[in-house]
Design a protein around this ligand. Sequence first.
Ligand code: PSV
Ligand code: MN
Length: 404
Amino acid sequence: MNVQADYSRLAERLTQQGIDVEAVKEKLKTQHIETPSWGYGNSGTRFKVFSWQGAARNINEKLADAGYIHKLTGVAPTVAIHIPWDKTDDWAGMAEYAKSQGVGIGAVNPNVFQDDQYKLGSITNPSGAVREEALAHMVECCEIMGKTGSEILSLWFADGTNYAGQDNIRERKHRMEEAFAETYKHLPAGGRMVIEYKFFEPAFYHTDLADWGMSYACCLKLGPQAQVLVDTGHHAQGTNIAHIVAFLLDEGRLGGFHFNARRYADDDLIVGTNNPFELFEIYHELVSAGDLAKDVAYMIDQSHNIEPKLEAMLVSILNCQTAYAKALIVDRKLLNQRQLEGDVLGAHRVLVDAYETDVRPLLAQARIEIGRDPDPMAAYRADNYAKRVAEERGTIDASGGYPG
Ligand code: PSV
Ligand code: MN
């Protein structure tokens, strides 16, 4: 690939279309996608947790791997942590070590779904004592935000019921609202909480936060520091996620994303692998919303079980970059004109034209300008980091890993 020549040709074409190529590149250079600590360790399905040679064994190794991904891409400067999986008694030390690896601590994710007492739910559990315990953990996570410099508390609950009549749905809603109100009070200054929803699993009759509307209703009761988190894998087949994104952006309540790809349910596959046009639609809405999208947090939430972990994370980032680049070069003036004229297919074609543009030279040039290799995948494959950590870390028993 002759980056310079290819880039010049593309830049010239885009400029002729009235696109400010320098501004587009600036956006690409400052894109920010957070990777999850749990994406670097062993993981699996509900049937089997696989052992990977070289998988990170502890938080320091997860941070080192995340630092490596950032070094390759330049757009993954933070790491989400999951508590207690990443618990330490030296939070300042963790933040310091992250910094030494070139990354910072991102969203803090409390875990109130893994322990025995949460069998019937956490903050919606019929037992007051269990609810107290879940709340205390969420408050502890607010404190961890303060100690690590994190600005986001990312909440997801496995709460729900399996059978009609198992519990009182409205009572559970009240319990949840109470816990949210208390947690909200503990957010550090400038911090926010993002509330994730999921339409089913592990509960199958009803899930206490089943869709974006339920999360949104909770956020409205709390205040501006509460926003909705859209996990792309948490929707029923055929749901128009871009529409949800546009609606929440317009309401100022889109807090962030958990990116992944799905075919059936919460498959946790690599974002943009089976749904690249959907990812582009989402980015198109984000770009169209301008400043309304300025605080949206972009996070990967995937479980790589049969894929090499570092390579999978890298592909995820590259796919997000590609979708964003394509969304940035949509001819919005022409789009608006055709929309107002009622030109149904003409308007659609504006999007398709951007989507079908080969944006690789643009991304390569942006990478060069931030001191990265124009082809991070080639750089990764030529490098020996993965081989080195495989030798150093070996293979550990995967039984304690995240089940997917
Ligand atoms: C649940 O499926 C989820 O998407 C939530 O975001 C969790 O935080 C994450 O997976 C890891 O358990
Ligand atoms: Mn998620």
